[in-house]
Write a protein that binds this ligand. Sequence first.
Ligand code: SAH
Length: 217
Amino acid sequence: MRHQGIGMTSRRTRERMVKRLMEQGVWNAAVLDAIRDTPRHIFVEEALASRAYEDTALPIGYNQTISQPYIVARMTELILQNRRPEKVLEVGTGSGYQTAVLARLVPKVYSVERIFPLQRQARQRLLELRVRNVIYKHSDGGWGWEDHAPYDAILVTAAPPKIPHKLLEQMAVGGIMVIPVGRGTEQALQRVIRTDDGCEMDVVGRVSFVPFLSGSH
Ligand code: SAH
């Protein structure tokens, strides 16, 4: 079995991580439970497994990173704030950690990733965790995923210079999107609520995500 050494203590370590998240202002009990139940160390390379419960982003190869636990918790909490979403589109599967947390909280997750080896590895990890309510797609998330639209929530974990139109179009009325927007290493985390005749937007914080990739790779 992989990561046996850390497996014995990871539950306790996760408990400490959850405590830290509460101190940082994460209050949603369902989100905290999902984080408590999701082994983050299997989403990073074995050499980094001992650092998996630090509140930090870590490299996952291909110049990408697994998001910081606080950001995962915060974004997940934001998309659950209105009503419980049935269908969620995630753009940027990456390691699959955020996907696994989401899958514990909503009935159906559609997850899009541009870098095929990352997608394949994430799919494998979620299979090992017996997560079955996720459907994956290898494509540019800037197109969204029309086949299953509209979505009650969209969560984007790479930063485009501006919000892709296709994503706005694929939101259900009353739906919510959380997306980092901006060039460079610091971006605005935007919350978008789709209304009958348009959308409302506000900025909920400053974040630092990898840039949104476009074009072919
Ligand atoms: N939530 C992930 C974050 C990974 S980093 C995690 O915690 O592991 C962001 C991910 O977005 C990377 O895997 C990157 O390849 C992916 N990405 C970047 N631009 C994309 C695009 N246009 N479409 C789909 N995925 C994209």
